[in-house]
Ligand binder design. Sequence first.
Ligand code: NDP
Length: 606
Amino acid sequence: MNPSEAIKERHPEIDLEALRDKYRVERDRRLRTDGEEQYVEVSGKHAHYGEDDPYSPEIKDRAPITDEVEVLIVGGGWGGLVTAARLKQAGVQDVRIVEAGGDFGGTWYWNRYPGCQCDVDAYIYLPLLEETNYVPTMKYAYAPEIYEHARRIAKTFGLYDNACLQTRVREMRWNEDAGRWFVTTNRGDEFKARYTVIATGPVSRPKLPGLPGLDDFQGKIFHTSRWDYEYTGGDHSGNLDKLGDKTVAVIGTGGTAIQCVSHLGQSAKRLYVFQRTPSSVDLRLNKPTDPEWKESLKPGWQAERQRNFDDVCAGKNVPDLVDDAFTSIFKSVRLFMPTEGVESLSLDEIKLISELSDAYTMNGKRARVDAEVKDPKVAELMKPWYRLLCKRPTFNDDYLATFNRPNVTLVDTTGSHGVERLTKDGIVANGIEYKVDCIVSATGFEVSSSYRRRIGFEIFGRNGESLYDHWADGLRTFHGWGSHGFPNWFFIGTSQNGLSFNYTSTTTVQATHVASIIKQARERGATRIEPTVDAVDEWVSEIDRLCAAQWEFFEACTPGYYNNEGQANKRKQSLAAVTYGPGPNAFEDVIVEWRNANKLEGLIVT
Ligand code: NDP
């Protein structure tokens, strides 16, 4: 008997055929043809949903700046902060960060909704812990502690000195004669820079559901990343005391909603949660940092822990030092994989064992919904019918039980592809109007939409070529960071590099690499560097080859930003189809070997 047959015999309750059918049906009824077009950008008449800064007083007295810097970084979140820190460590002092928010922190500046927290082990998620001599207070840090850490990095590396906060880049244009990037902003600045780095992050541009009547609603409406505490009362820890007489609606049930719904349920007079696709929700089980463990940490501990996380997630047989929600998930999708002799199994057999492990794990998550949600009809609607990694798993101890409260109602909208429209008084779903005082749009960000939407400003390289035209048929980079025709230009992104579930590992590896390339270029007295056409072609083909198996998995998934809302024809734009298949550590090994060779191979160096 082969391993998969043995598993089926041990677990007769796993009915793979029935499950495959159910997953297919659930996926198909969510598919829609408009993909990213279903969402409205926060620009033009909707700009205030994303461009207003409710958290810092408006900086009014800064005169436009016209000057030149060595390196200009767009974005003061992790990517920008770590790149700047690494540049300073490499001796490059003339660095400016341009940041839209009133302070550093990126997503942790903007996301202050009640309950906001990071779901990855804080000891690997918060970057540069050893460099800043800090150890987080809890295993899963809350947003205020993470935001404070971003500020700590900025202070430690002197990044406030030359920063332009509450400033949005409007255009970036390469000037061949000057050998500089010319950059303009919404404040009338005209910067020149020898090097530019785009570190705008994957969750920086909120998106709104493109609903008819969006502008007609006359109550309060805001996106979760611009939480209006003046309206709700309370703070990050909840106690939203101004909602006691209010009917509130939340649109969306992704990672953000899962964290804030219990607080809204506790405070609002009435809460409607509009769900299109249920998330899988695990227990959080947070705990404070063990002081003895903290004392025992030896130099180099964080990088070792970060690499270990990605090794465990990649299925390597190593001790699990991190032991967080994500390493548990990756172990659970390999639950039934034999510990020995995997090499001798056929690919189909390996896939089948993974599918059985996945089915067993997801059955457990669906059973947890039954155990937590008292009304069996509501419980049924809240079960996730897809494979575990089709959507980002979520974690919260109180979310499911919130639906047992008499003031909380789940409105499942799958049959009608989500909320239908807004009226002046509320929300229409399944043909019914729900009158509400306040709408909280927990509808996410431009994670994998077109780069023009994601980055949000124009970039023109040599001969005035638009970056977005250059990438019209998919991203074209060398090692994820640079494109031919865009000299001295660096991109810190999620694609064509090693994407980790610990996103800051992804950015730290790239930031370290970018700083090292700029350092090497300066040491050679180079004024321009740029990937060759061949280097880009080879890397794009390599990524295509290594991603085929990933895409096969995600194509069968329920729609979402991992698979470009299920649009197979836009595969190359999808987040899941353009990462380095062998994983983040393997990717880091490739680029470290490349830079240690000290040849800048594949680059035109002038
Ligand atoms: P998501 O994109 O994950 O979720 C958006 C939600 O809005 C989905 O449930 C979506 O449904 C729903 N939606 C969109 N349009 C409609 C509609 N017309 N009607 C009804 N529902 C609709 O956004 P989040 O803000 O939750 O998360 C953003 C990112 O941040 C994710 O990557 C998330 O994992 C991450 N995150 C990470 C955290 C961490 O701890 N590190 C914490 C919180 C978020 P559907 O699924 O059907 O598209």
